[in-house]
Design a protein. Structure first.
Lengths: 461, 284
């Protein structure tokens, strides 16, 4: 008896599967005609909204989507050509296919259909909910009540609706599109509408991973430098920034807010401004080399430095300039946390005879690392994709002749920029983007698991 | 005991010296930028000296009078419009997303948060190319509205910091309000928002300043449509090889001018900035 009751209760839970399995004929017919169940249960407004959504989705697909989706397999067969018009006997231009348009609009059309399908299933569930209400002797919810619930019980649909649509349109669809491009030959030689591109399978991935080809060589070199850069940029910034914060916050140091302001002013100036200004100062004929050329510097035995043009020096230069930009941020963020470390921890350590170095190693560092772990991870991934610091200073240069369209300080992301914006090799850029994603994902997953900060949110409540 | 004291004084003196040196290092480029913006001698390079021999405000006036090649006032206006619009939309999106993920419990919550985590690992630039073709196909390419859409469209993805802040607001407040008959919407507008001033300020600040400092997205979308350039694009173009010798000092003036609103905003909101980014766990 009890078991049957439980089963009965399960049946009444509103889910798509239950609706299909246990719903009445009206609910089941809703699977074909969206909104039918709602109309049958006298929820006319809701039913008509669902029905009109279904009709418009189908219309949209056949008037707009189908012409593109049907060409998905070839991505277009003919470019624009002239034909003799049979009635007038003159040459007219017949518009050709555009691979880019076919691919992008197909994805768009498919996304809209998936969305429409999700709404359709919601209609089925809504009909089942009304059915259950009637069965229990309750009035099915009116449209007004549904609207009111949107501000209370179902507020998450109201709140997340537009942001989700925005993310779908401006992040998900573009990313799907770029991933698909990695399997095509959309490069400088295949630029639609003049030249169509098509599917080539995994060829671009093999090119990138073949270590004897120029692509593979460039990829490994640029990837190596990207990782070195990310490690140095992240951890040097972190430790030096924390050192500055410790110095400012040390007991007995006066004018704390003055020192802090000196550093904070540099954050307030937009990064690209300072980077472009530094590029000019560090140039071969820039102010710093001008100083190094002066009599006084010459007497000291100094000579000019090719800050941005010598491969090795340029790499050190970008890391140091990035310190100039990054240290104030770390200082600002860590000094608040440093002041929050309970003073009695240090007192206990001092009684045990621990010196400043030991105190830092045993108390400050572990405390800071646990609290700022998420910040460190985002910083690291941010540095892998740190476009501005490289592009504005060296533009990826100095150029390397054994690289494919890349320079000695190019990161994956600046190389990606050059490949697409300057050279039009979209397929290779997509492959690189996918690899950058895989690397970021691995790093984030590993560190998130180590720090287990994913569980932190529950400890707050 | 005395040696302890001298050691501490010595340590403090070392720190003072270090702090002075570092402060100079950090202020020098900015001071030099301002100096250059008032320099009378034209040209990008100086021969054998660093401090200018002649001072002028001509570089500033030139930005607003000599607009045939580089239209600085127009760029400024474009950027301001884009910044205000995208700031409003983004802040609303971030508020909604953060509240939903922090306070509400619904079936798709975890999956959605995981998807956001994964999406954030793609290089942001990767989608920009596709977005360019997308807006081109709907006829919005090289327009300011496309920029607004792009800056704010995906704003829901950056809920992380604000959600962290919302997580620290005691749930008991919501629960007692709920017992008093408040709907979730009322809890959101009457309890959560008033308690979250620091993190909202932080979000407004970051979303407002994004269009001022973004180069990569704007450069892909605008291509050569100079009349819709934003500040960052325009200033970058000033430094191209053909124009850098004539426009270097004007560039510095323009850079100083664009820094003023951002800097004022930042210095005023500094405290909120830190509280926002550390998720309210720090009251510094």
């Amino acid at each position: 008896m009890e078991e049957r009751q439980v089963k009965h209760k399960d049946k009444e839970e509103i889910s798509t599967i239950n609706a299909i399995a246990y719903g009445n004929w009206a609910t089941k017919l809703t699977l074909l005609v969206s909104g039918f169940g709602n109309i049958y249960h006298k929820q006319f407004v809701k039913g008509l909204i669902f029905l009109s959504m279904q009709i418009s989705a189908i219309l949209l697909f056949f008037t707009f989507g189908w012409q593109y989706v049907s060409n998905m397999n070839t991505l277009g067969t003919h470019t624009m050509r002239s034909e003799i018009d049979p009635t007038y006997g003159i040459a007219v231009n017949v518009p050709g296919d555009n691979s880019l348009q076919i691919l992008l609009f197909s994805i768009f059309a498919i996304a809209i259909m998936l969305l429409a399908f999700a709404i359709h299933l919601a209609a089925v569930r809504s009909s089942y909910a009304a059915e259950i209400d009637i069965k229990r002797g309750r009035q099915p919810t009116s449209f007004i009540t549904d609207l009111r619930n949107m501000l209370d019980k179902n507020i998450h649909t109201a709140m997340l609706g537009l942001p989700t649509l925005g993310v779908l349109a401006f992040t998900v669809i573009p990313i799907v599109f770029m991933i698909l491009l990695a399997f095509t030959n959309f490069d400088r030689l295949h630029q639609p509408p003049g030249n169509l591109f098509t599917w080539v399978g995994l060829r671009n991935f093999f090119d990138t991973l073949s270590f004897n080809g120029i692509m593979g060589h460039t990829f490994t070199k640029v990837l190596g430098w990207t990782l070195i850069w990310a490690v140095f940029a992240t951890f040097l910034n972190y430790f030096l920034g924390m050192t500055v914060a410790l110095m400012i916050n040390k007991k007995g140091i006066h004018l704390k807010s003055l020192w802090r302001t000196c550093f904070v002013i540099s954050i307030a100036v937009p990064g690209f401004v300072t980077l472009l200004f530094m590029r000019q100062m560090l140039a071969d004929t820039g102010s710093i080399n001008e100083l190094l050329k002066s009599d006084f510097a010459q007497r000291l035995g100094l000579s000019t430095v090719q800050f941005l043009r010598d491969p090795a020096i340029a790499r050190v230069t970008v890391i140091i300039v990035n310190l100039w930009i990054g240290i104030p941020y770390t200082m600002l963020i860590t000094s608040g946390i440093l002041m929050n470390i309970p003073e009695d921890l240090y007192e206990a350590a001092r009684i045990d005879g621990a010196g400043p170095a030991k105190q830092f190693q045993a108390i400050t560092l572990p405390y800071m690392l646990t609290i700022t772990a998420p910040y460190l991870i985002t910083q690291f991934i941010g540095n892998i994709n740190n476009f501005n610091a490289i592009y504005f200073l060296t533009a990826g240069g100095p150029p390397a002749t054994d690289y494919y369209n890349a320079g000695k300080t190019d990161l994956l992301v600046t190389w990606l920029y050059k490949l697409t914006v300057t050279h039009g090799d979209y397929n290779l850029a997509s492959v690189i983007g996918i690899f950058a994603f895989i690397i970021s994902a691995i790093i984030a997953l590993v560190t998130f698991n180590i720090t287990a900060s994913a569980q932190k949110e529950e400890t707050f409540r | 005991m005395k040696s302890m004291k001298t050691r501490r004084t010595l340590a403090n003196i070392t720190i003072y010296v270090l702090l002075i040196v570092l402060s100079i290092l950090w202020l020098l480029p900015i001071v030099y930028l301002v100096i250059t913006s008032f320099r009378g001698e034209p040209g990008a390079w100086l021969d054998g000296y660093v401090i200018p021999k002649e001072w002028t405000i001509g570089n500033y006036t030139r930005l607003f009078t000599d607009t045939s090649q580089f239209n600085y006032p127009l760029w400024f206006k474009n950027t301001l419009v884009v910044a205000i619009l995208s700031c409003i939309i983004s802040t609303i999106f971030v508020l909604f997303t953060s509240y939903a993920f922090s306070r509400l419990r619904f079936k798709m919550r975890r999956p959605m948060m995981n998807i956001v985590l994964v999406l954030g690992m793609f290089p942001g630039f990767m989608s920009v190319i596709a977005i360019y073709h997308l807006v081109k196909l709907i006829g919005l390419d090289q327009s300011l509205s496309a920029l607004v859409l792009i800056y704010s469209g995906s704003a829901g993805l950056s809920y992380y910091i604000m959600k962290g802040f919302f997580d620290t607001i005691p749930r008991e407040l919501d629960e007692s309000a709920n017992l008093d008959g408040c709907t979730n919407w009322q809890i959101f507008t009457k309890i959560t928002i008033p308690l979250s001033r620091p993190v909202i300020t932080y979000t407004v600040m970051t979303t407002f300043s994004a269009p001022w400092v973004d180069f990569i997205i704007a450069s892909v979308i605008m291509k050569d449509n100079y009349s819709n350039y934003t500040i960052a694009l325009g200033l970058f173009r000033m430094l191209e090889r053909e124009s850098v010798t004539q426009w270097w000092t004007a560039f510095c003036a323009g850079a100083v001018l664009v820094s003023i609103p951002i800097a004022t905003l930042f210095l005023l909101m500094q405290k909120n900035y830190v509280e926002g980014i550390t998720g309210g766990s720090v009251k510094g």
